[in-house]
Design a protein around this ligand. Structure first.
Ligand code: HEC
Length: 198
């Protein structure tokens, strides 16, 4: 659109030059016939130029706005990156940032996903199941090997006062090895307040 504006504007300038040049040279210029054709023609070019000028400037305004928006979005992206870097800094200051990578979080997740809470109470997981032993009490004096065996082979050692055959025996197959490790570590940590391993 800007190009068209410059062409129309240029045409107007050329017309003005030609008219004034001929006007200086010839006496009976402009002739009445020429005026009848020339005035509407020049008027039309003027109108076209004016319309194009308006359009071009409004387009340029839009363009500028667009550029400003782009600049603003780049700025907000930079802001985001900065915020993320602040987050990293927080972690490096030793604040325990909640991360799905931590074995505790994964173990807790596995505990919830596998439905352990339906049968077992475990304060750390807000679990209140009553069918199996309360793990806070049952595991406090147990080591990780015992916990692992209890999960993959519940019949190995049946807790006094509870029946064998209630806890599913399929966890050894259903829980991926790394998830089982995380679950065992989580249960040990959650039931041993000192958190220290034997
Ligand atoms: C359908 C109910 C049920 C579900 C689900 C269940 N358990 Fe059990 N769990 C029991 C019962 C009943 C016992 C006690 C009998 C036994 O030791 O087999 C038990 C025993 C245990 C023990 C041994 C406790 C002790 O003092 O000997 C651990 C540890 C344990 N469960 C962990 C888990 C975990 C972890 C999950 C989830 C992956 C789970 N249980 C899912 C019913 C369940």
């Amino acid at each position: 659109m800007a190009d068209a504006f410059y062409i129309a504007g240029g045409a107007l300038v050329v017309i003005a030059l030609v008219v004034s040049f001929i006007g200086m040279r010839s006496d009976n210029f402009p002739s009445p016939t020429l005026l009848r054709i020339g005035i509407p023609l020049v008027a039309a070019v003027v109108v076209v130029t004016a319309v194009l000028a308006v359009k071009t400037s409004s387009e340029e305004a839009e363009h500028r706005e667009h550029e400003q928006n782009e600049a603003a979005s780049v700025e907000s992206e930079v802001q985001n990156v900065e915020n993320q870097q602040v987050g990293v800094d927080d972690e490096s200051t030793g604040q325990p940032a909640p991360s799905s990578e931590s074995p505790d979080a994964l173990g807790k997740q596995v505990f919830a996903d596998q439905g352990c809470a339906g049968c077992h109470s475990l304060e750390d997981a807000n679990a209140t199941g009553q069918i199996g032993p309360n793990l806070d009490e049952a595991l406090v004096d147990k080591d990780e090997d015992f916990i692992r065996t209890s999960i993959v082979d519940p019949s190995d050692e049946v807790e006094a006062g509870f029946s064998d055959g209630i806890m599913p025996t399929t966890y050894g197959d259903d829980i991926a090895p790394d998830e089982l490790d995380a679950l065992v570590a989580y249960l040990y940590g959650a039931t041993h307040p000192s958190g220290k391993k034997k």
